[in-house]
Design a protein around this ligand. Structure first.
Ligand SMILES: Cc1cc2nc3c(=O)[nH]c(=O)nc-3n(C[C@H](O)[C@H](O)[C@H](O)COP(=O)(O)O)c2cc1C
Length: 377
């Protein structure tokens, strides 16, 4: 065997698959169609937010603890009564058929196999019910893009409840689409192509409200429903009355909004800037987290996404007050590269690096995160 092809194996990890995020991205970009890859990669405006998300992790440094006996590592975390093996979730990412023909079905199966929650997007290429059938035992949460016809929102939430989903994630940073130059240049909108309509065409309230059932009317109505500039806290109050499931808000960056969420009885928040795809020029999520954690004082779970690329990033987020983190583009590139197995490999590597980072930092389980000091350049 030539040294290039040696099966370098560290704790079961081989080099048969890409290792770093950059390598997965390179592989995905060679396999995906240009418009689809550009849609996945691109962010809004000058892509300042997207860049800052990643760079900001490099500005935070771990001050590790020694002599802590880390021979027995336990990375489990409990969220809304269910315990998961690792502090990760699959972020809601729309139209996953762009990455792989099995789309969300493959990702949901991977999440179930790895014992972490899968969050299904409103604009998924497979419906709430199809995903539930594909991964019946896995933990599934439903991400809601509020509909301007709010009865559609409530109908989707009811379907998610019936299909066994365990939480509702309302994305609050996407009341209109961001200014993504890559997509404008390529004239590429998977939603306009009808690739994200599965949850709408399977919704009785949406279909009933449609004047015509042809493709063009479906897409036009879907886009109209997604435009929700009037979205307000009062809608969240109404949703809380309609569902028994925990409600989380995704897209919170300001501590005052976190406090208002608590006042409205919201059950958790996701500190997110949508991977820089919505508002360009925002604070990096890892920089927004400390003030939010300080305001919330552990009164509800805080999750975080945008820019998590390695286990060290996850550990920094956990040390600064997150209970768990969401993986976005990294899993999508795993899906594009190798389907379900690719997603599992991406997660496996993240889990392994997270465990190693915690062990070398002297933290054997997540209840001890408070012992880890973080400093910023
Ligand atoms: C291609 C793509 C599609 C996305 N679709 C959705 C979506 O439908 N709903 C949503 O709430 N967030 C969506 N997001 C945002 C992710 O949930 C997450 O916030 C983001 O990917 C985090 O940034 P990162 O991937 O750079 O780490 C999408 C992200 C990407 C890359």
């Amino acid at each position: 065997m030539s040294s290039n092809h040696q099966n370098v194996s560290i704790k079961g990890q081989s080099t048969d698959f890409p290792l770093s995020f950059e390598e997965w991205e390179k592989k995905a970009s060679s396999l995906m169609q240009e418009g689809g890859y550009s849609y996945a990669r691109s962010s809004a405006g000058r892509e300042e937010t997207a860049r800052r998300n990643v760079e900001a992790f490099g500005k935070w440094a771990i001050v590790p603890r020694m002599l802590s006996n880390v021979s027995d590592m336990d990375l489990s975390v409990t969220l809304f009564g269910r315990t998961y093996g690792h502090p990760f979730l699959i972020a809601p990412v729309g139209v996953q058929k762009l990455a792989h023909p099995e789309g969300e079905l493959a990702t949901a199966r991977a999440a179930a196999a790895m014992n972490i929650p899968f969050i299904l997007s409103t604009v998924a290429s497979h419906s709430i019910e199809e995903v539930a059938a594909a991964a019946p035992d896995g933990s599934k949460w439903f991400q809601l893009y509020w509909s301007s016809n709010e009865d559609i929102s409530f109908s989707m939430v009811e379907r998610a409840e019936k299909a066994g989903y365990e939480a509702i994630v309302v994305t609050v940073d996407t009341i209109m689409p961001g200014f993504r130059e890559g997509d404008i240049r390529n004239q590429f909108s998977p939603i306009s192509k009808g690739l994200g309509k599965a949850n709408y065409i399977n919704d009785p309230v949406f279909m009933k409200a449609l004047p015509n059932h042809d493709e063009a009317s479906i897409v036009a109505s879907l886009l109209e429903n997604m435009y929700t500039p009037a979205l307000h806290w009062k809608h969240i109050a109404k949703l809380k009355e309609k569902t028994k499931l925990p409600v989380l808000l995704k897209g919170i960056l300001h501590p005052e909004d976190a406090l208002t969420a608590l006042e409205y009885g919201v059950d958790g928040i996701i500190v997110s800037n949508h991977g820089g795809r919505q508002l360009d020029g925002t604070i990096a999520t890892i920089d927004a987290l400390p003030a939010i954690a300080e305001a919330v004082q552990k009164r509800m779970p805080i999750l975080l996404d945008s820019g998590i690329r390695r286990g060290t990033d996850a550990v920094k987020a956990l040390a600064l007050g997150a209970d768990s983190v969401l993986i976005g583009r990294p899993f999508l590139y795993g899906l594009a590269s190798n389907g379900q197995q690719g997603v599992e490999k991406v997660l496996e590597r993240l889990f392994q690096e997270t465990e190693l980072t915690l062990a070398l930092s002297g933290i054997p389980d997540l209840s001890q995160m408070g012992r880890l000091k973080m400093v910023r350049d």
